[in-house]
Ligand binder design. Structure first.
Ligand SMILES: C[S@@+](CC[C@H](N)C(=O)[O-])C[C@H]1O[C@@H](n2cnc3c(N)ncnc32)[C@H](O)[C@@H]1O
Length: 331
C-alpha cells in the first residue's frame, strides 16, 4: 500500500496536513519503527518520501446494535433506530413482530454499548396516576435501579417504580435558564426530582410534591446525593398542598392531566408568577385548546394570564406532540 515516510518528530504535523488534504487512508493502523512513522495514503502527495508498505487493517467498532443483531431479513426493517438510556439501563420499544427476538436484540445492544448493563423492552404505555409502565427484561443483569446523570445532577431511580424520561433533559435545562435567583418554586409533579434538584441551584426554596411513595423515596435520596438543602419533598396529592405555597414559578409536568390541575397551579402562584404548563396535543392544533382551558380557569378565579411562550417539546405519538405553554398569572 502507498505510504508516506516521515521522521518521528514531524509525524503529528504531517498527520494534520494529510487530514487537511483528505489523503490519509482510513481504517489502517499507522506504522512506526524506531525513527520513522508511516502513514497510509490514498494518492501520492508531493514533497514527501513515498514508500510501499503493508498496514494492519483496523477493526471498525459497530455504531449501532442493528449492525450486529441477527434477525430474519423480513423483520430487519422494523428494528428501532434508537432507544432510551437511563443510567446503565436501555429501554427499547419493540413492535409485536420483534418481541420473539427480544433476547438477541438485547444482547446486541449490550455488545455494542459497553456502558449499558441491562436491557428492557417497553411492555405497556405509561399509565395510571404514577405514570409508570410495564417492562420486559431482555438481556443483562436483572435489576431496575440505576444512577442517571443529567444536566450536572445525579438521579437514582427505579425504572419499574417511577416515571422518568431522559428525553426531557433539554426542556429541564431550558426552564433552569429561565429561572431567576432566589425564587420559590413549586414542582407539582416532581417524580424523582429532575426539575426540583436542578432548579434548587438557583432557587431559594423548592416545594417538590409527588403522589407516588417510590418517587418521593428516590427524590429524598437524590436530595442527599446532590447535597441539596433547599428542596422540600412532600408525599401526597398536590391538591392538598396547592394554595399553601406562594410560588414565583410553578412546574406542571403531568402532560396527560395538567389541565385538571390548573386551578391548583394558579392559586399557588404569586401575582406575576410563571407557570410552566405541559400537555399533549395533535399536530394540527397544538395550543388553542390548552390555552382556552388556561384562560377559562383564570377567568373563574378572577385572574388574568399572559402567555410568554408556546413550544413543541418532543413528539409523543404519531402526529401528537408533548407541548409546553409558559404563562404569567396576574392577580
Ligand atoms: C410525568 S411524571 C413527571 C415526573 C418528573 N417531573 C419528571 O420530569 O421526571 C408525573 C408525576 O406526577 C405524579 N402525580 C400524578 N398525580 C399526582 C397528584 N395528584 N399529586 C401529586 N403528584 C402526582 C406521578 O406520580 C408522577 O411521578
Amino acid at each position: 500500500m502507498l505510504a508516506i515516510k516521515v521522521p518521528k518528530r514531524e509525524a503529528e504535523k504531517v498527520r494534520r496536513k494529510l487530514l487537511e488534504l483528505g489523503v490519509l487512508a482510513k481504517g489502517y493502523a499507522v506504522k512506526r519503527d524506531s525513527e520513522f512513522v508511516f502513514f497510509p495514503i490514498t494518492k501520492p502527495v508531493k514533497g514527501f518520501e513515498l514508500v510501499e508498505t503493508e498496514f494492519e487493517k483496523l477493526e471498525r467498532r459497530p455504531h449501532s446494535y442493528r449492525e450486529v443483531v441477527e434477525v430474519p431479513n423480513k423483520v430487519r426493517p422494523l428494528l428501532p433506530s434508537s432507544f432510551d438510556i437511563i443510567g446503565d439501563i436501555a429501554i427499547i420499544e419493540l413492535p409485536e413482530e420483534l418481541m420473539e427476538y427480544g433476547k438477541v436484540i438485547g444482547e446486541a445492544i449490550l455488545k455494542v454499548h459497553r456502558h449499558i448493563k441491562v436491557v428492557f423492552a417497553k411492555g405497556s404505555k405509561v399509565s395510571g396516576e404514577y405514570r409508570v409502565r410495564e417492562l420486559v427484561h431482555l438481556a443483562g443483569e436483572n435489576r431496575t435501579e440505576t444512577l442517571h446523570r443529567e444536566n450536572g445532577i445525579r438521579l437514582k431511580l427505579d425504572v419499574s417504580k417511577v416515571y422518568f424520561s431522559p428525553r426531557l433533559a433539554t426542556e429541564r435545562m431550558r426552564i433552569f435558564k429561565k429561572a431567576g435567583q432566589g425564587e420559590i418554586v413549586f414542582d407539582m409533579f416532581a417524580g424523582v426530582g429532575p426539575y426540583s434538584i436542578l432548579l434548587a441551584k438557583k432557587a431559594k426554596l423548592v416545594f417538590a410534591v409527588d403522589l407516588n411513595p417510590w418517587a418521593v423515596h428516590y427524590l429524598e435520596e437524590n436530595v442527599r446525593l446532590n447535597k441539596t438543602s433547599n428542596v422540600i419533598p412532600i408525599l401526597g396529592d398536590v391538591r392538598k398542598v396547592a394554595g399553601q405555597v406562594k410560588a414565583d414559578r410553578v412546574i406542571m409536568n403531568l402532560p396527560k392531566f395538567s389541565h385538571c390541575f390548573l386551578r391548583e397551579a394558579m392559586i399557588s402562584a404569586k401575582n406575576g408568577g410563571v407557570i410552566h404548563y405541559y400537555g399533549f396535543a395533535p399536530e394540527e392544533d397544538l395550543f388553542s385548546e390548552h390555552e382556552a382551558k388556561i384562560k377559562a380557569v383564570a377567568r373563574e378565579l378572577g385572574f388574568r394570564v399572559e402567555v410568554l411562550e408556546r413550544r413543541k417539546v418532543r413528539p409523543y405519538a404519531p402526529r401528537q406532540f408533548n407541548i409546553a405553554i409558559d404563562f404569567k398569572v396576574l392577580k
